[in-house]
Design a protein around this ligand. Sequence first.
Ligand SMILES: [Mn+2]
Length: 378
Amino acid sequence: MFRVLHLADLHLGHRPDLPAPLQEEVCRERNGVLKAAVDLALDPRQEISMVLIAGDLFDHHQPEAPLVEETIRELGRLEAAGIRVVTVPGNHDEITYNDAVYRREARRWPGLLVTEPMPAKVATLNINGDACHLVAMAYTGGVSRVDGPLKDFPPAEGSGVTLAVFHGSLDWDGGERSLPLDGEALAAAGYDYIALGHIHRGGQKHLGRSQACYAGMVAGRSFADPGTGSWTIVTLGDGPARVEQVPAQVTPWRVVEVDVTAFHEPEELEAAIRESLDPGALMQVRLVGTIAFELALEGLQARLGHLCSYLELVNDTEGWAPEVLESLAAEPTIRGLFVRRLRAKLAGAAGPGEAELVRRALFRGLLALKGGGRSCRL
Ligand SMILES: [Mn+2]
């Protein structure tokens, strides 16, 4: 029995689309994820014997020199402690280019660096007395022969444990820069565990007697690619592979939606947004629905922005800006007639109380008439 820390898609060196100095801070945290992974693997309680890196360790094939040095130093700590490291290049840190980090640093790369351009048995390692056979490939432009999903995988060995490591998309054609893998062919190969990279949200799938698993990206890159916030540890040996997720200490990227339709006052909306904020997170709050009052995002941002690590307010409401109202009023439709009448009422309102009432009636009425206006010509 032995335990493996399965990493993928760390995207070291990625700069998030955030304002300075937060960008620098989040970038530093992301680059620190490798050190955190190494510390976890070195923790004797975890009993980790091997670290698999299933592609996109770096965000770019030519990362900055200090980051490369730091990475080699960190992976070197694992090898020095007797933990085997296996690195498979991905599509962001593709080995194809002459100046690719994996070509320039191949000689001093700690552990086993996979360079075979097609699925192959790359090594048999002795892990705590067990034979561990490794099948992997490094997609290499112009050399890897990929026309449709890969089907030709070397079969698992009869004795010991066989692990496969691929950076690709299982039964899914992810476009030009993805390596498609045929699930049936992988199942037929009979591996004990298939360590995958490329799908950042992670996930597991049984393929015959094999367990296939995307480790996912631990620390997120953006609100659209928020990361898993967890490590993937696999126990191999007797019986099927057992996959475990262990929480990681990373700043979460969180998206919440606030429906503004039910609110009558700006203060109610502000309280709802306040309620939704997670102090430790990078947050995007998307406002949806129909708004019955003027939305002052700058003020909300100024009053609420300090309540979490970062706040991005996105206005996806279907409100009505003055120029939109102007064009609606010109329509030869019931909706146009409605807008003209309510605007006349608004102009003749006796005091701010009545004006507010008419304005709300205008917005609510427009919501009720939405979509039907243009077909009701008068
Ligand atoms: Mn990736």
